[in-house]
Design a binder for this molecule. Structure first.
Ligand code: NAD
Length: 446
């Protein structure tokens, strides 16, 4: 789905006009079907630590074209900068600055990934160095061209560079699956999780529930999880029954018609799962609505349903699933849909932002609760995604929202789905309580 402006700009006269007037010229983002190879080579691994050697070695063993310097390379596909041991800001320059001379050699859709540690409670000099990496990466992401992205993996102290979550997050950021994610960090807080054995079907043998699956982002999530090998349970309101059955037929999925805000929805979901003999390995809480109005015009009719669907239902559903005791698989993954509005706030969205900020805090708390079960909870925060929800926005607001990110375009539902598929994978076991933005580095918030 390409918007009309982007189609025009990609035409010869449109391109010339955009150049002349300095208008945004969004690059075509390469997604998994355009670039199926897991890593775009050649890959340059920078950094002097043992961790840098380990990463270079691992990629080499997997057959990637790995170098430790830019010398003589005319084109560079990916750059990994390993800074896991830096102890002072003065150490950043010598490791990072070789990248300066190589920026113009980065291929379209290139990837830069840093591996470092969060400042946490490190001593002041080390904390400053670690914080510095985050500033560097976020600025670099604004400077990437040709649909390239720059993201970071943050390893809590004690987590090794080759922990499943570290390698998983690195692979995700290097792949075309993270096309609309840039300027972001994912923290790996433990060495939990396990390496994915079947890379082409990473969710084989797992069962996943997606709420609000009949259309938009939910349908894309269901399709992506199914393509990754998961068995699907797709849920939506009875009013969306026709679309839901169509999707269920397409994916050989189990459909459940249920309004997640209805009385006893959690218990009804549990009994449907029991009837069908299903246990969920992943629960994707995607159902969501907007009822935008300035606070001056806000009414309970606009406030209550937004809070009920977007956050309260998530609490009741997960409570029912956990309490039931027999409808969750081992090491369950919960992934919820937040929004950049929940991070930065948005005019006309006090109700929506309340619900989505609630989601961000909710997954953090739920992650602690699920730890006993070996499970995780995380959220993704989409920015502007091209769906029926955003198609309803006033045209000018929509056009501004679509361009206000480093990639100068709206994301696609599949971009959100890919992030969720990664967070549902076995590799992501050490990632918990995180909210990953899928927003092209939207200018709002951090
Ligand atoms: P959408 O309106 O296209 O689809 C939402 C789906 O949820 C629909 O199928 C709807 O029937 C279902 N749903 C609504 N209320 C329900 C209920 N009570 N019970 C069961 N199902 C219900 O929306 P979308 O754009 O695909 O958004 C999906 C999620 O992503 C939402 O949580 C939304 O807040 C979030 N999100 C979207 C964007 C975006 O740009 N589209 C940005 C940030 C976050």
């Amino acid at each position: 789905m390409t918007d009309a402006y982007t189609r025009f700009i990609r035409s010869a006269p449109g391109g010339a006009l955009a150049k002349q007037l300095g208008l945004p010229r969004p690059s075509r983002l390469l997604r998994r079907e355009d670039r199926p190879e897991p890593v775009l080579g050649p890959v340059v691994v920078l950094g002097a630590s043992a961790g840098a050697d380990q990463i270079a070695h691992q990629l080499l063993e997997e057959g990637a074209d790995v170098r430790r310097r830019f010398e003589e390379l005319r084109r560079v596909g990916s750059v990994i900068v390993v800074l896991d041991e830096i102890a002072s800001p003065a150490e950043i320059g010598p490791i990072m600055l070789p990248l300066a001379g190589a920026m113009r050699t980065l291929a379209p859709g290139a990837r830069v990934v840093t591996i470092s540690r969060p400042a946490g409670d490190a001593e002041p000099s080390r904390a400053a160095a670690r914080g510095g990496v985050e500033g560097f990466l976020r600025s670099l992401a604004h400077e990437m061209r040709g649909g390239g992205t720059a993201n970071g993996v943050l390893l809590e102290d004690g987590v090794a560079v080759d922990a499943p979550g570290a390698i998983g997050a690195l692979r995700f950021f290097l792949s075309a699956r993270s096309a609309f994610i840039t300027g972001q960090f994912l923290t790996v807080s433990s060495e939990a999780g396990s390496a994915t054995e079947n890379r082409s079907l990473p969710l084989a043998g797992r069962t996943a529930l997606v709420t609000g699956a009949a259309r938009g982002i939910g349908a894309a999530i269901a399709r992506t999880l199914a393509a990754d090998g998961a068995k699907l349970v797709v849920l939506d309101v009875p009013g969306a029954g026709t679309e839901l059955s169509r999707l269920a037929n397409e994916l050989h999925a189990v459909p459940i018609q249920l309004d997640v805000t209805s009385q006893g929805a959690g218990e009804r979901l549990v009994s449907s799962l029991r009837e069908k003999g299903l246990a969920l390995d992943a629960v994707v809480l995607n159902a969501g609505i907007t009822r935008d109005k300035l606070l001056a015009n806000m009414t309970p009719e606009r406030w209550d349903p937004v809070l009920a669907v977007n956050i309260s239902s998530q609490i009741t559903l997960t409570e029912a699933l956990i309490e039931a005791g027999d409808v969750l698989g081992e090491q369950p993954r919960v992934v919820s849909l937040a929004s950049t509005s929940g991070i930065a706030g948005n005019r006309g969205q006090t109700n929506y932002a309340t619900s989505k900020a609630g989601v961000i805090a909710f997954v953090d708390a739920l992650a602690t609760q699920l730890e006993d079960l070996g499970g995780t909870a995380n959220a993704v925060a989409p920015g502007f995604i091209e769906t029926e929800m955003t198609a309803k926005m006033p045209a000018l607001t929509r056009e501004v929202a679509r361009r206000a990110n480093s990639l100068q375009q709206g994301g696609l539902p599949v971009d959100v789905a890919e992030a969720i598929a990664f967070l549902c994978s076995a590799e992501a076991g050490g990632i918990r309580g995180e909210t990953l933005r899928v927003c092209g580095q939207n200018m709002v918030g951090k």
